[in-house]
Design a protein around this ligand. Structure first.
Ligand SMILES: NC(=O)c1ccc[n+]([C@@H]2O[C@H](COP(=O)([O-])OP(=O)(O)OC[C@H]3O[C@@H](n4cnc5c(N)ncnc54)[C@H](OP(=O)(O)O)[C@@H]3O)[C@@H](O)[C@H]2O)c1
Length: 253
């Protein structure tokens, strides 16, 4: 066994949802760097142009697909369209909707959006992806969860609940597909410095710095690139005896 045989992804095709920016973009570049043919996904293909250019410039392979995961049947439809181009060996469920609001202030449409993107589309993608992976006797699903799935806060009550439920789905399907060498795991980040947090960070940089200093044992937010190593492990042959589990990348909590 060599690092290349464990972590190399040559010959594999990976779909990364929401890979136009943030954690999804970093993971897509990481998987491409390991040799995977990456299918970049976002609401609009123009949003993944820069990531595609970066991967191609480094000698990697990438193509683009679009789809709004908030729409009915979007998850299954995305998997069918991606699978028609190339069989999907690795599915990274990364795109999510997050509305920060106290429960009393959460509107019906805030709730619908989070349920649709984080849960309904996850179920739809897995309905199509898992039987096809099982037929080929190889598959990896990396579901991007959150520290909030284990340590929820009131301001993200609904979002945290969807992330906990998303992992519950991963566990039931991990059990179902384990004997087909289709392994599903969750990668759960703590706070990561992405556009998702930009408004809060830019509104009061000093308050943001004070917050991140006390947030976790390392005293800082993570960087998207710091999610890549664990994602690569979960997407590769290095992960051969682990399924239905969660890797927390939080800086200590
Ligand atoms: N950042 C954190 O602190 C943090 C912490 C814990 C967990 N996470 C999780 O990590 C994952 C990535 O987070 P991030 O911070 O990188 O997010 P981000 O910067 O907000 O990027 C999210 C990506 O998902 C896409 N997306 C959002 N809604 C979509 C939809 N309805 N259909 C298709 N694509 C959609 C976005 O597309 P557009 O560019 O078109 O908007 C964007 O490319 C999420 O699952 C999030 O819950 C993040």
């Amino acid at each position: 066994m060599t690092p290349a045989s464990l972590f190399g992804l040559r010959g594999r095709t990976a779909l990364v949802t929401g890979s136009g920016r943030g954690i999804g973009a970093a993971i897509a570049k990481g998987l491409a760097g390991a040799g995977a043919h990456v299918v970049l996904h976002d609401v609009d293909t123009r949003h993944t142009d820069a990531v595609r250019d970066c991967i191609l410039a480094s000698g990697g392979q990438a193509m683009q697909i679009s789809g709004d995961l908030a729409l009915p049947d979007a998850g299954a439809d995305l998997m069918r369209r991606a699978g028609a181009v190339a069989p999907i060996d690795i599915l990274v469920i990364n795109a999510s909707a997050q509305v920060n609001a106290e429960l009393a202030d959460l509107t019906e449409s805030d709730l619908d959006l989070q349920l649709a993107v984080n849960l309904r589309s996850t179920l739809g993608m897995l309905q199509v992806a898992l039987p096809a992976m099982a037929q080929r006797n190889w598959g990896r699903v990396v579901s991007i969860g959150s520290v909030n799935q284990a340590r929820p806060k009131a301001v993200v009550t609904a979002y945290a609940a969807t992330k906990a439920a998303q992992h519950n789905i991963i566990q039931s399907q991990a059990r179902e597909y384990a004997r087909h060498n289709v392994l599903l795991n969750t990668l759960a980040p703590g706070l990561v410095d992405t556009d998702r947090n930009a408004a809060r960070r830019n509104a009061d940089p000093e308050a943001w710095n004070a917050y991140t200093r006390t947030l976790n044992w390392m005293g800082r937010a993570g960087r998207p690139e710091e999610m890549v190593g664990a994602a690569l492990f979960l997407a590769s042959d290095a992960c051969s005896f682990m399924t239905g589990e969660t890797i927390f990348l939080t800086g200590g909590f």
